[in-house]
Ligand binder design. Structure first.
Ligand SMILES: *Cc1c(COP(=O)(O)O)cnc(C)c1O
Length: 409
């Protein structure tokens, strides 16, 4: 039997559909965010990163790097086991306390990634609620979808952020059926925000529990970086908040925060928590340093919003098709997978600008885009250079420009 044929056939399908992905080999330069070295096939090149989810550059913050180095030097590298065996260490316990405080909850529980926290967290919560019905937003992240699937209970999908549809499904389910509403607070491909307050109203009216993924909002929204729920004053009304340490906090790991008995039950039943080695102490200390810093420093959040607004304004003024976004995400519409890939290749090779193409299945076919994430450290010069490079690429690929708006100029 020739087993390799199965794999080459699978790869050929991706090539045929123009979905085969290539990773850029990058080396960031600490202290010079967003600059990096690209190890290209033709040798090393300096590039500027425009698509990192280390949204605030915290992965290079001296306090965060310092905490990681100090802890690794003091206590060593790995955790040494699962939490049950030998992996519960002091920096991890401190981090969980920090996260519970960040979200105003009684407790929190750490997982090895945000993906795992959704997958095993939702599945476990769903299994512990008899006859649970999950109401899931149509644009939920794959990690939530997998968690829901593994939970094995009935699931209904409501149209994206559509409150009337959600209410219809809640009403249909009846008051006696246990219901869990699962959504994100900030959808990172379009940059739109969920109507959390109204979702909480519905949850309370129809007796549903709520689970909200704040992965793209923690650290960046709310007076202490607690996320959109903190900003909107509804943190206390959401049963389970889920977040990551890998995006705005610049490290690695995921978590849920909730009432003590929910956390204790997930801790006791979730296979994706029980059977895997705990996060290393140095990562936990670094994450704690990032969270503590962002609890009191608003400079990063304010500058981040200001930078995103400026980038939207100059791209709009140049006639580039910026998709509407209420947040720090700046999506630029392309609408064709091949041109999307080609645009990013030209940007990288000829302009030293790194932006990943966002193609199907991450977004629906026909809505392919460039997803730009300016950080507090992308200055005016870098932005003007980006706009200029994009205009050249747009012209070369025959992509349409909008009529230049006088107001924006
Ligand atoms: C990135 C992401 C996750 C996964 O978080 P990781 O910590 O990267 O595993 C979960 N949910 C959403 C919406 C995400 O975008």
């Amino acid at each position: 039997m020739d087993y390799s044929q199965f794999f080459s056939a699978a790869l050929n399908r991706l090539h045929d559909e123009r979905r085969y992905r290539v990773f850029a080999d990058l080396e960031r330069i600490a202290g010079r965010f967003p600059h990096a070295i690209w190890h290209s096939p033709k040798g090393q090149r300096n590039v500027v990163i425009w698509c990192s989810n280390d949204y605030l550059g915290m992965g290079q913050h001296p306090k965060v790097v310092g905490a990681m180095v100090e802890t690794a030097t003091r206590v060593g590298t790995g955790a040494g086991g699962t939490r049950n065996i030998a992996g519960t260490h002091h920096p991890l316990v401190q981090l969980e306390a920090e996260l519970a405080d960040l979200h105003g909850k009684e407790a929190s529980l750490l997982f090895t990634s945000g993906y795992v926290s959704n997958q095993t967290g939702i599945a476990t919560i769903a299994k512990l609620i008899p006859n649970c019905l999950i109401l899931s937003d149509a644009l939920n992240h794959n990690s939530m979808i997998e968690g829901i699937r593994q939970g094995g209970c009935e699931r209904k999908v409501f149209r994206h952020s559509d409150l009337a549809h959600l209410e219809e499904l809640l009403r249909e389910a009846g008051p006696d059926r246990p219901k869990l509403i699962a959504c994100e607070s900030l959808y990172s491909m379009d940059g739109d925000v969920a109507p959390l307050e109204h979702i909480c109203d519905l949850a309370e009216r129809y007796g549903a529990m709520t689970y909200v993924d704040e992965v793209h909002a923690v650290g960046m929204y709310g007076p202490r970086g607690g996320g959109i729920a903190e900003r909107d004053g509804v943190m206390h009304r959401i049963d389970v908040l889920e977040g990551t340490l890998a995006k705005a906090f610049g490290c690695l790991g995921g978590y849920i925060a909730a009432k003590a008995e929910i956390i204790d039950a997930v801790r006791s039943y979730a296979p994706g928590f029980i059977f895997t080695t705990a996060l290393p102490p140095a990562i936990c200390s670094a994450a704690t340093a990032a969270i503590r810093h962002l609890k009191t420093s608003s400079w990063e959040r304010e500058r981040h919003q200001e930078r995103a607004a400026r980038l939207k304004a100059i791209l709009n003024a140049a006639g580039l098709p910026v998709m509407s976004s209420d947040t720090h995400i700046v999506p630029l519409f392309v609408g064709d997978p091949e041109k999307c890939k080609r645009a990013t290749d030209i940007l990288l090779e000829e302009h030293g600008i790194y932006i990943q193409p966002i193609n199907y299945p991450t977004v629906p076919k026909g809505t392919e885009r460039l997803r730009i994430t300016p950080s507090p450290y992308h200055d005016d010069g870098l932005m003007d250079g980006l706009a200029e490079a994009l205009l050249q690429v747009w012209e070369r690929l025959g992509l349409p420009l909008r009529k230049r708006s006088m107001a924006a100029e």
